[in-house]
Design a protein around this ligand. Structure first.
Ligand code: NDP
Length: 444
């Protein structure tokens, strides 16, 4: 049996009930076979793949908090510090009832290669909790965030591990967590990113993941002599990534006609009204059902369905495994040109294969949504030099990073004989740098 297959089998056997983690490991290891096969002897000698798939450290802790009625609740907190070969651990904190160790490990594993692809010195990590922020008061959110950080602060720091936002963790939650970190550690340092602008946040961080997604989509299309302007896009999600993807699509002359949340989805033939979407989601924290009161021409549907709408570009920006093979078939039948992942692993393995087999350009999340963490790293740089850069400065660095990233994954795919396969290109290019650093640092 090949070394890759042995390790994938070991990961499945040793980490039962973690299907998302198995999926992420399988996909990455499968892509890096050419490097593994060419170096099998030394990799086996150094247990390189065993070290790659085992987190350096995983922390699981109790998070007790008190609600507005005085009742006590207990959630579980996680931080998986996966790989620090190329820099301090970096990755978001997800607050969602579906969170478990397997989900955090899949996200942390992906983060290693994503962070490497940004070209910046950041290692891979991820964390979060099964806490559900929906329907909680600001006081309850604060109570949870303070309790969560009271424990987490023992393990993170500006040069150790720098968490950020993710699903359910936005500016409000980062603010509460930063306040508690500072209080517990008596340190004002850039140990969280996505901070408010008045206490060390970076301009353009809020927009970065969605904008970056469109910068790389544009680069991809231009490389194939296709103009993004005039194209129609279907987008899922209605959170941070989706909102700013829709906004940048409009700025580039494309029209995003859908968005969704966990209860339903919207089709707006005139193009999603970003101002209305921001008000509903960022200000009122309400459901998408409200959208039609802003735009009478739009339709609201319960359940899922954005992938059934005819479009040139599909941008999944909600959550993992939200685009399955039936959705992929619908997209292909409707003539989709490109699928670029704003979320982490939103496309199932079978759907990815179907899209690639049918000539659709497919850019995986670890490349396409890397603009978020890249801008977080720019926030770390600004914090270290105690400076703030202008919006234009950060945005132009982001655009540059995404264009270079596209060029790098395209080049890696070509170098290893997988031209046009950006999944292989992203995994190979991301792995090369991590491998070099791991080899140089010995058996650690
Ligand atoms: P948000 O919490 O801001 O928004 C998430 C959106 O997806 C919401 O509309 C939410 O609907 C929907 N959603 C979440 N879970 C589910 C589910 N299980 N089923 C259906 N819909 C769901 O998160 P972000 O926009 O920050 O993150 C979206 C994705 O992008 C995630 O995969 C995240 O890991 C990834 N990502 C985010 C980055 C960032 O900078 N924020 C960076 C890189 C990747 P509802 O509100 O109803 O729950």
């Amino acid at each position: 049996m090949s070394y890759v297959d042995e390790i994938v089998g070991e990961v499945v056997a040793k980490n039962p009930n973690e299907p998302e983690f198995h999926q992420a490991v399988r996909e990455v290891l499968d892509s890096i076979r050419p490097i593994v096969d060419a170096n099998e002897k030394s990799f086996r000698r150094d247990a390189l793949l065993e070290r790659l798939v085992n987190p350096e450290r995983q922390i699981k802790f109790r998070v007790p908090w008190i609600d507005d009625n005085g009742d006590v609740h207990v959630n579980t907190g996680y931080r998986v510090q996966f790989n620090s070969a190329i820099g301090p651990y970096k990755g978001g904190l997800r607050l969602h009832p579906s969170v478990n160790l397997g989900i955090i490990k899949f996200l942390g594993f992906e983060q290693i290669f994503k962070n490497s692809l940004t070209g910046l010195p950041i290692g891979g990590g991820k964390g979060g909790s099964d806490f559900d922020p929906k329907g909680k008061s600001d006081r309850e959110i604060m109570s949870f965030c303070q309790s969560f950080m009271t424990e987490l602060c023992k393990y993170i720091g500006a040069d150790t591990d720098v968490p950020a936002g993710d699903i359910g963790t936005g500016a409000r939650e980062i603010g509460f967590m930063f306040g508690q970190y500072k209080r517990m550690r008596n340190l004002f340092e850039g140990t969280l990113t996505g901070k408010g602008l008045s206490f060390g946040g970076s301009l353009a961080r809020t927009e970065a993941t969605g904008y970056g997604l469109l910068y790389i989509t544009d680069a991809l299309l231009r490389a194939h002599d296709i103009d993004i302007s005039g194209k129609t896009a279907v987008v899922s999600g209605a959170g941070n990534v989706a909102i700013y993807a829709i906004e940048k699509a409009a700025q580039l002359g494309a029209k995003a006609v859908t968005c969704s949340d966990s209860t339903g989805w919207v089709y707006d033939p005139d193009g999603i009204d970003v101002a209305a979407l921001k008000e509903i989601k960022e200000v009122k924290r309400a459901r998408l059902t409200e959208y039609t009161s802003y735009r009478p021409n739009a339709e609201y549907h319960e359940g899922r369905g954005v992938w059934s709408v005819k479009a040139d570009i599909a941008l999944p920006c909600a959550t993992q495994n939200e685009l399955d093979v039936e959705d992929a078939k619908a997209l292909v039948a409707n003539g989709v040109i490109a699928v670029c992942e704003g979320a982490n692993m939103p496309t199932t393995e079978a759907a990815t294969k179907y899209l690639q087999d049918n000539g659709v350009f497919f850019v995986p999340g670890k490349a396409a949504n890397a603009g978020g963490v890249a801008t977080s790293a720019l926030e770390m740089s600004q914090n270290s030099e105690r400076m703030s850069w202008t919006f234009e400065e950060v945005d132009s660095k982001l655009k540059n990073i995404m264009e270079n990233l596209y060029a790098n994954i395209d080049d890696a795919a070509k170098r290893y004989g997988f031209e046009g396969n950006y999944v292989a290109g992203a995994n190979l290019a991301g792995f090369e740098k991590v491998l070099d650093a791991m080899n140089a640092q010995g058996i650690v």
